[in-house]
Design a binder for this molecule. Structure first.
Ligand code: SF4
Ligand code: SF4
Length: 276
């Protein structure tokens, strides 16, 4: 069993294209589990025409107040690092659930034990299957700020199910922030999908730096390889001692297939599979 992360720093470089095409091709001869961990904007199900079914709601604990016990001391507000509690002298604390990360500090410091726990839904996890691919997808609720909670919930499911598969493919969010790190930390290797533009190179540099820090092997897939300056990417190949294992030129046909919810299948994807 191998867990492959498909990441790449910049958004819109074709991560989902590569992740879904890999899953489609690998599933012809292997047991494949595709996980869409781009929980702010999941789209793998659209690329493959998968109808998702709800598996579970993801909840987070939030504090609730018993105002009959509250002495309006303001300590809970003072300790809240996310400014989820506003305290005005002589008034009950005012709570903004959207800003709460459930850390628990407010309940710990309250001398009157006026704070207990409630729950709020922060997102959903869906399942599906098509083309012999088992599929899992997380989606953060609109206005919820902490997407790594959903990624952590996905990781727990992957951990339980991974031995049923030859390949687990995780399509991460763009960037190098917490939900990307949460998704990558369980991978055996990473495909960094990028494009030969200054922004593509900049963000690729950031993800390669991160992967080096967490000692994860990365190979580069250069998407839209014919639209920019490949030298920008080659500099990073040398700096981080990695390789470009495939180049995907811009193709109207690929764009059309995506728009129709059809998987991509070509010899470039075969080439990537040979290297993983
Ligand atoms: S710390 Fe407790 S007593 Fe003080 S304002 Fe908050 S809820 Fe009220
Ligand atoms: S649980 Fe943490 S983040 Fe939420 S309101 Fe309390 S102190 Fe603030």
């Amino acid at each position: 069993m191998k867990i492959i992360g498909v990441s790449g720093g910049k958004g819109g470089t074709g991560k989902s294209t590569v992740a879904t095409a890999l899953a489609y091709k690998l599933a012809q001869n292997n047991r494949v589990f595709l996980v869409d961990a781009d929980v702010d904007c999941p789209n793998d199900h659209l690329f493959l025409g998968i109808k998702r079914k709800l598996r579970k709601k993801v909840e987070q604990r939030i504090p609730k107040w018993d105002y009959s016990k509250c002495k309006k001391c303001g300590l809970c507000s003072a300790v809240c690092k996310t400014n989820a509690i506003v305290s005005v002298k002589g008034q009950n604390p005012f709570f903004m659930p959207a800003q709460c990360n459930g850390c628990g500090a407010c309940a710990l410091v309250c001398p009157e034990k006026a704070i207990s726990w409630d729950k709020k839904e922060i997102g959903k996890i869906y399942t599906g299957s098509k083309y012999d691919i088992d599929f899992l997808s997380g989606e953060l609720k609109v206005n919820e700020p902490i997407s790594e909670f959903i990624v952590n919930a996905l990781n727990k499911i992957i951990d339980k199910k991974k031995t049923e598969y030859d390949y687990v493919i995780i399509d991460t969010a763009a960037g190098t922030h917490c939900p990307v790190i949460a998704a990558l930390q369980i991978c055996d290797m990473v495909l960094a999908v990028t494009e030969p533009t200054p922004l593509g190179a900049h963000d690729l540099g950031l993800i390669l730096q991160l992967l080096k820090k967490i000692s994860l092997k990365a190979n580069i897939v250069l998407n839209r390889s014919d639209i920019g300056d490949e030298k920008l990417i080659e500099k990073l190949v040398h700096k981080y001692n990695t390789k470009i294992i495939a180049k995907i030129p811009y193709s109207k046909e690929m764009v059309k297939r995506h728009a129709q919810g059809e998987p991509i299948e070509n010899e470039i994807i075969d080439k990537i599979i040979e290297k993983i």
